[in-house]
Ligand binder design. Structure first.
Ligand SMILES: C[S@@+](CC[C@H](N)C(=O)[O-])C[C@H]1O[C@@H](n2cnc3c(N)ncnc32)[C@H](O)[C@@H]1O
Length: 441
């Protein structure tokens, strides 16, 4: 297919296997972008790569073979042996708090990759997770992700498998959640190769022996096992297109498994806000991967929370006014943030985030939510839901109490016997919001 052929043409049909119409709304950026005749994602050069996106309706039968579950299969025995050795080491120690050693002079990708690689190795040697100083906070955050995916994984509207694309999936911490919402197929991508390898071995250890073949047997899913197919790939989803990341390892995957029902990106999108190009590449990946009506579900630090801290001058470094937080977490700007709490331009507003025993002073970038929302509209994604973690928990937990794992619920018990976050933990989780966008179509 000659690329020049489509210059100046209406590209909307080429990019969509269902002929979904392009979003028509004008950009509503608070930063006053120029008027655009076409949605932003159609203007990106990289779109040409998406010509590969399939035109065939995927059916469950199409994807029955196991070729997408192959990542690292050869290494499986070695992974097991390493895990046995690590389990032995783990039994010998009580609990070691995580601290990474990284060269902070490197670019953000190298810092992030190196941090999460080290985190993956060290977490295996840390001892029982219940002894972590952020054990309750982790449970709280996991509960929020169960709620978000539980509420916003689209209900089944057509025959065929239901698929989640988990961008920046880390060590596969959301595999259980995908079983909880009964997905049929899962694709995980992360820039950290150690995390991807860990996610894959976690999947293999818990995979149901016989993955259900039809609707009838799917009703008998074994909830303690993963009854879905999964594949994992290492890649930078803020720089490369999804086909570029997946096709080399899984030829034909784009045609067979895409578009997907849900794209999930948890606790990671703030790394993309280093540059406009990264965010646009990410949004292009998301919108091109989703079915019309599909959902984009994520969790990020709240720009409203940051603004509130700035306006109230709620800093912990006195006159300098660059740092807020408490004993569990902190946010440190390189220079004093804007006094009105509005970051201009909306990209590259760096701060260093610290979370005890988890994130060791890694650079992140402010995600000005209103700007992000208007950008999403340009990419055909409309906002359905946005709430602070504390509000999500308070409003949704009654519905989820009986559905969630007992250890998870017990791991959120407060000193007053109620459930949820308190004290420093409450402020640390209140730093985040959950959001959902729906792909127009
Ligand atoms: C805080 S962890 C979250 C992991 C997982 N989503 C979860 O909720 O448990 C952030 C993850 O983003 C990944 N990440 C950061 N930048 C990335 C990029 N450009 N492409 C893919 N993954 C990236 C990191 O390697 C890390 O695993």
């Amino acid at each position: 297919m000659a690329e020049q052929k489509y210059e100046g043409a209406d590209l909307s049909d080429l990019f969509s296997r269902r002929g979904d119409s392009a979003p028509t709304g004008q950009p509503s950026s608070v930063y006053g972008e120029e008027q655009q005749q076409r949605p932003a994602w159609m203007k990106l050069e990289k779109n040409k790569l998406y010509d590969k996106y399939g035109t065939k309706q995927t059916t469950r039968e199409d994807t029955r073979d196991d070729r997408y579950s192959k990542y690292g299969v050869q290494d499986n025995k070695r992974v097991r042996r390493e895990e046995e050795e690590e389990e032995l080491k783990r039994q010998k120690i009580d609990y070691q708090t995580f601290q990474s050693r990284i060269d902070k002079e490197k670019d953000i990708n190298s810092i992030v990759r190196s941090h999460y690689n080290q985190r993956t190795y060290q977490s295996k040697l840390q001892g029982s997770r219940t002894k972590s100083p952020i054990y309750k906070l982790r449970n709280f955050n996991n509960a929020i992700k169960y709620i978000m995916l539980g509420n916003f994984f689209p209900t089944k509207r057509e025959a065929g498998p239901r698929t989640v694309l988990d961008l920046c999936c880390g060590k596969g911490g959301d595999l259980n959640k995908c079983e909880f919402i009964s997905v049929d197929q899962y694709i995980g991508i992360d820039i950290s190769d150690a995390s991807i390898s860990e996610a894959f071995s976690r999947y293999l250890q818990n995979r149901a022996r016989f993955i259900p073949q039809n609707e009838e047997s799917k009703k008998q899913r074994n909830s303690k096992k993963y009854n879905f197919e999964a594949c994992f790939a290492t890649g930078d989803c803020f720089t490369n297109s999804i086909p570029e990341i997946l096709e080399p390892n899984f030829p034909g995957i784009i045609e067979n498994m895409f578009p997907v029902d849900c794209v999930s990106i948890q606790f990671a999108m703030h790394y993309a806000f280093e540059t406009e190009e990264k965010v646009k590449t990410l949004l292009n990946n998301i919108t091109k991967s989703l079915k019309p009506g599909g959902t984009f579900v994520g969790t990020i630090p709240s720009s409203d929370f940051i603004k509130d801290k700035i306006l109230k001058k709620n800093f912990i470094d006195g006159e300098t006014g660059c740092k807020f937080g408490n004993k569990l977490y902190s946010v440190t700007f390189e220079k004093p943030p804007p006094a009105d709490g509005i970051f201009r331009p909306p990209f590259g507003n760096k701060y260093v985030y610290y979370l005890k025993d988890a994130i060791d002073a890694i650079p992140e970038y402010v995600v000005p939510f209103e700007y992000f929302r208007s950008l999403c509209e340009d990419f055909g994604l409309v906002l359905k839901y946005k709430k602070n973690f504390i509000d999500i928990f308070n409003q949704e937990i009654p519905k989820y109490f009986s559905k969630l794992n007992k250890n998870l619920v017990e791991g959120m018990k407060r000193s007053d016997g109620k459930y949820g976050a308190e004290g420093d933990e409450k402020e640390a989780v209140g730093f985040y919001i959950g959001f959902v966008f729906e792909k127009l179509g």
